[in-house]
Design a protein around this ligand. Structure first.
Ligand SMILES: [Cu+2]
Length: 202
């Protein structure tokens, strides 16, 4: 009987020990975060990442687009400035060239007429306004040609600004003076008699 009692006592002790162990396990389980909670956290993180990803991508695209636009604008502005400068330079060059321009006597009204007769300009000297047109008529009674040539006989740059070439009897030559200044002219065929032309443009 003594052996039986001891055995029962042993069982009772073991059972109570196992209860303590089970109790400890329960306590440990309560302390650990529940599995469901962990899943929720993972889900939230995944959601956040998913939500942030499109936003980040959109931000990147917006940044890239802004950079591209800024670069394009810079390039366009630089190109426009270059074009404008080129145009202005071209305009200035044209303006210099167009200080005096040949025009068709048939299509313009002359503001000043100079007769070339008896191997002389009449009048040789005159004053006009900028933009005025001058017409030289060869009114010789015989076949004597004349020219209207810029400068004076012997000038190194004679004829550089304008040169009519031969104007035959009965023909005319027209020039438009677009800039103020004093413009000498002479006849290359009669450099002694006709070396006194002066067009003063105010
Ligand atoms: Cu002449």
């Amino acid at each position: 009987m003594l052996e039986w009692k001891r055995w029962k006592l042993c069982v009772a002790v073991l059972m109570s020990l196992s209860l303590v162990v089970v109790g400890c396990d329960d306590d440990d389980d309560d302390d650990l975060p529940p599995d469901v909670g962990t899943a929720d956290v993972v889900e939230d993180v995944v959601e956040d990442v998913a939500e942030d990803a499109p936003a980040d991508a959109a931000e990147d695209v917006a940044e890239d687009a802004a950079e591209d636009v800024a670069e394009d604008v810079e390039e366009d502005v630089a190109e426009d400035v270059e074009e404008d400068v080129a145009e202005d330079v071209g305009d200035d060059a044209d303006a210099t060239v167009s200080a005096v321009v040949e025009v068709d006597c048939a299509t313009v009204q002359a503001d000043q007429v100079v007769s070339m007769v008896n191997i002389a300009y009449d009048p040789a000297t005159f004053t006009i306004a900028a933009g005025d047109v001058v017409r030289w008529d060869n009114d010789e009674t015989s076949a004597i040609p004349h020219t209207v040539t810029s400068g004076r006989s012997g000038d190194a740059d004679a004829g550089d600004l304008f040169d009519s070439g031969n104007i035959a009897q009965g023909e005319s030559y027209c020039l438009q003076f677009n800039q103020a200044g004093t413009f000498n002219y002479y006849c290359t065929i009669h450099p002694t008699q006709m070396n006194d032309g002066v067009a003063t443009v105010q």
